[in-house]
Design a binder for this molecule. Sequence first.
Ligand code: FES
Length: 98
Amino acid sequence: MPHITTHHKIFQLQTGETLLEGLERTGHEVEYQCRSGYCGSCRVKILQGRVDYDELPLAFVAPGEVLPCCCKVVEDITLDCRVHKGEADLFDVDLFQS
Ligand code: FES
């Protein structure tokens, strides 16, 4: 199973998981809308390696980019992708601390 390396993590996909789902599971920040290759919202830069597509996606994919919702990871890849920075949760902070 190929390894996926980002700026913050190295992980492998689980059986049947798309790259988009794997990135979400590991806490990465990836935009998405259609989740099926139409909109291009999930576009991510690939820094190393390559991916395949069962069918060419309808969304434009520039050289050096992948659509994680519909690509197939066929070898180790490195993506320009970062873990989601959690926003401060107001309920975790005691606002009335004296
Ligand atoms: S989410 Fe629309 S192309 Fe990936």
